[in-house]
Write a protein that binds this ligand. Structure first.
Ligand code: ZN
Length: 133
């Protein structure tokens, strides 16, 4: 049937990398489930405003944001068959290792800041103790 063929055409969306989405469109629609206007709007409202994932994303420094975008793109490409699942698995493992390093660096920076604040408080107390003696 003509209609049946038309209902299973390729999604008309463009991926973040500028390539045509390789997933089939939903029956009778122009887009796949990920790119349907409802899904995009749902992510914009629910996803952007409420999800923990997004709250975490907006706090990410630019470098980590690039990693998050790369992973999202990898997930999309794996789903579309443009990337081997093993590549995505390796990317995820690399990301986990990278995040551990970043986590440690952030903790070290926080520790340094706390040490600096304690030293400042101690210096202030020393000054006050001398003033009121
Ligand atoms: Zn699509």
């Amino acid at each position: 049937m003509d209609n049946e063929g038309a209902s299973r055409r390729q999604c008309s969306a463009t991926t973040r990398k500028g390539a045509r989405c390789r997933t089939r469109a939903l029956p009778g629609r122009d887009h796949c489930g990920l790119h349907s206007p409802e899904a995009v709007e749902g992510r914009r409202l629910g996803g952007v405003n409420r999800s923990n994932a997004h709250r975490a994303t907006i706090r990410l420094p630019p470098d980590l944001r690039a990693v998050a975008d790369m992973l999202a793109e990898g997930i999309e490409q794996t789903r579309d068959g443009a990337m081997k699942p093993q590549v995505l698995t390796a990317m995820a493992a690399g990301t986990t290792a990278l995040l551990r390093v970043v986590e440690l660096a952030l903790l070290a920076a926080q520790l340094d800041e706390m040490k600096r604040q304690i030293a400042e408080i101690q210096a202030q107390r020393t000054i006050e103790a001398g003033f009121y003696r």
